[in-house]
Design a binder for this molecule. Structure first.
Ligand code: CDP
Ligand code: CDP
Length: 219
């Protein structure tokens, strides 16, 4: 069984996917975290923002030697648990540029399909229902007002002790929405056969129950 959950940042994808996975005994794959791992590696290597380097060539080299691992307890880069680090604002600021590169997407999609082989999975991202698994058993497209999404992400980061401004988060969300939905390679968009759920004024429990109902009715 494959369930695809797509939508913009802060719409509730990972929270809901994790809960549904638990309820239905599915394996959850956070594909956004994979793009964040590549971005963190590029930042650590000083590739991003360095005008002296041939950016694309360096990213391709990095992909050839990429050592990422998705384990139950966290996301690993070169055998180090970087689950916290990949959520930092510096990664959020750069991830959409990295995710727009064709070679990066090809590699990630390949890994996502391999990961899901012979498993019952729920994946969340931007292109799961359109590109990674166009034949998924159920496709959900979560949306929410951008101000509400920024508020949610702000609260989360403040609780983690990050020193952030809500305006910066809001700007980052708008910027990523734009890059993600206008890029040439697998842009963020609702698959024709996806069911759209607006979570702006719904709490987590309500969204979870709505999606569980859809699973029970459709699969
Ligand atoms: O958690 P949040 O919604 O902030 O973002 P994420 O799901 O961690 O994804 C980070 C970024 O990775 C997105 O803004 C996209 O640029 C990219 N991404 C993508 O291009 N395709 C996916 N399937 C998942 C994420
Ligand atoms: O994965 P995505 O970026 O789409 O969103 P998320 O990380 O699941 O959710 C972002 C934040 O919004 C989390 O702190 C959730 O607890 C919260 N949230 C919420 O308040 N109400 C919802 N209906 C969904 C998520």
């Amino acid at each position: 069984m494959i369930i695809a959950i797509d939508g913009p940042a802060g719409s509730g994808k990972s929270t809901i996917a994790r809960l549904i996975a638990k309820d239905k005994g599915l394996i959850y794959l956070d594909t956004g975290a994979m793009y964040r791992l590549v971005t963190l590696k590029a930042l650590n290597k000083g590739i991003l923002g360095n005008n002296d380097l041939n950016y694309l060539e360096e990213i391709k080299k990095l992909l050839d030697n990429l050592n990422i691992d998705i384990k139950k307890n966290g996301f690993y880069l070169d055998n180090v648990d970087v689950s916290e680090e990949i959520r930092k604002p510096i990664v959020s600021e750069n991830v959409s540029d990295v995710a727009a590169i064709r070679e990066v997407r090809e590699k990630m999609v390949d890994l996502q399909r391999k990961f899901s082989e012979s498993k019952n999975v729920i994946l969340d991202g931007r292109d799961i229902g359109t590109v990674v698994f166009p034949n998924a058993d159920l496709k959900i497209f979560l949306i929410a007002d951008a101000k509400e999404r920024a508020k949610r992400r702000y609260k989360e980061l403040v609780e983690k002790g990050e020193n952030v401004e809500i305006e910066e988060i809001y700007e980052n969300i708008l910027k990523r929405d734009k890059i993600d939905s206008t890029r040439k390679e697998s842009p963020l968009k609702k698959a024709e056969d996806a069911i759209e759920v607006d979570t702006t004024s719904k709490n987590i429990e309500e969204v979870k129950n709505e999606i569980l109902r859809m699973i029970n009715e459709n699969i």
